[in-house]
Design a protein around this ligand. Structure first.
Ligand code: NIG
Ligand code: FE
Length: 396
């Protein structure tokens, strides 16, 4: 079906700045954007029109890093950390990722779907049209597959695009009985192959950190990803500098994420490789990290910056991309324009997607209509949702 959205201020996020079109129109045709601009061509003037009354239109938002599929929650751990325990101390005491593992293994696929849906709905209510979902709380072959199946099932239940990342290299389960090297060889890589055989994997992720895996161990997983033709991404330099970001760049990773402890050389290596810096202010805030990611170095190197919720039960129980944008500005010094690009054009790049994240002819008609005048207002407010309407593949 063809229709015209008219009388809009459009932040296309295509080209420099917001790519603003004043008094503009977008033509939708069979789920795609057929045309965008200020002077509607003759050919489209007879189509059905929707008058947006001067509202702002942006690309549909993209949350490029989440763990929304998981069992249980870690509110008790939140309290421990408030009393002074660090994220690493909580993990060493048997909390952290492995405690969510136990809750995730105890849930079946339907329970995982049921608990993920309210989190997904919260993201959709603020205009998310694409949500990346990671495995990584199963940490055995069967449960990693169950998590990915649950994530893929969300596509059938809500109008949203789900991109799945295999995160078998997230932590070593306490009950595994051997160290990280054996876990990578005996669990992670076989689970990756099985998940890929079932068509469940869009990208391969890992957690490169002292409390998880070192760059050499992650590289073994990335070598398998390369053999399978899968793109990679990495949780890197979150709590310390281990060289994960540069290693990810060597594999031409789609993204390196967190990056609080990344340096200028990392920023340059990532820029050269086209690896997007995905910043996760929800985790930085929740863990009360002392060091912010090197935004100035990313700007200087030309590294593309994205923002995501990192929605997970431990370090970032955040289900608001608008709040992630606000935190990206307040905590990391991003401009509101960088924040919006970070949840649209650059978030698409972090997922290797080229058909969304901008408003341009030929791309998917994933759009948000906001009850605001200027795009800066999206990052400026705290805890307020001005979404008026959301189009997913041209359908509102
Ligand atoms: O992205 N950094 C590792 N993984 C998650 C945290 C997972 C958890 O604590 O459950 C993250 O922050
Ligand atoms: Fe994460």
């Amino acid at each position: 079906m063809q229709q015209v959205l008219c009388n809009a201020r459009i932040a296309t996020m295509d080209g420099a700045g917001y790519g603003l079109v004043e008094n503009g129109a977008v033509v939708l045709d069979a789920g795609r954007i057929a045309w965008v601009g200020a002077d509607l061509p003759e050919a489209y003037t007879d189509l059905p029109r929707q008058d947006l009354q001067g509202r702002l239109v942006t690309p549909g938002l993209i949350d490029c890093h989440t763990h929304i599929v998981h069992g249980g929650n870690r509110a008790a751990e939140f309290e421990m950390r408030l009393k002074g325990a660090s994220y690493a101390e909580v993990a060493q005491a048997g909390g952290g990722i492995v405690s969510t593992m136990a809750a995730t293994r105890a849930a079946d696929q339907d329970a995982l779907i049921a608990s993920a849906l309210p989190r997904l709905d919260s993201l959709i209510a603020e205009g998310a049209c694409v949500v990346e979902v990671k495995s990584g709380y199963g940490l055995d072959l069967e449960t990693e597959l169950t998590m990915l199946r649950a994530a893929r099932a969300l596509r059938r239940l809500r109008p949203v695009r789900i991109i799945t990342s295999f995160l078998g290299a997230h932590a070593v389960p306490k009950d595994f009985g051997a160290g990280p090297d054996a876990y990578i060889d005996e669990v992670c890589i076989p689970a990756l192959r099985a998940a890929h055989d079932e068509g469940l994997v869009d990208a391969v992720d890992g957690f490169c950190e002292g409390i998880a895996f070192d760059p050499g161990q992650i590289a073994r997983v990335f070598d398998v990803a390369r053999d399978l033709g899968l793109p990679v991404k990495l949780h890197a330099e979150q709590l310390s500098h281990l060289g994960g970001a540069r290693m990810a760049a060597r594999y031409a990773a789609l993204s390196a994420d967190h990056l609080e402890y990344a340096d200028e050389a990392d920023a340059r290596a990532m820029a050269e490789a086209g690896t997007v810096a995905v910043l996760l202010p929800g985790a930085f805030y929740t863990l009360r990290e002392p060091q912010a990611p090197p935004v100035e170095a990313f700007r200087a190197a030309g590294t593309r910056i994205a923002l995501a919720t990192d929605c997970n039960p431990g370090s970032s129980p955040l289900t608001s991309l608008l709040l992630a944008m606000n935190m990206g500005c307040t905590l990391f010094g991003l401009t509101p324009e960088e924040a919006l690009r970070g949840v649209t054009a650059h978030a698409a790049a972090a997922l290797g997607l080229t058909d969304c994240g901008r408003i341009a002819a030929g791309l998917r008609a994933d759009l948000c209509v906001w009850d605001v005048m200027h795009p800066e207002e999206l990052a400026y407010r705290i805890g307020f949702n001005p979404l008026h309407q959301r189009y997913f593949g041209g359908v509102s």
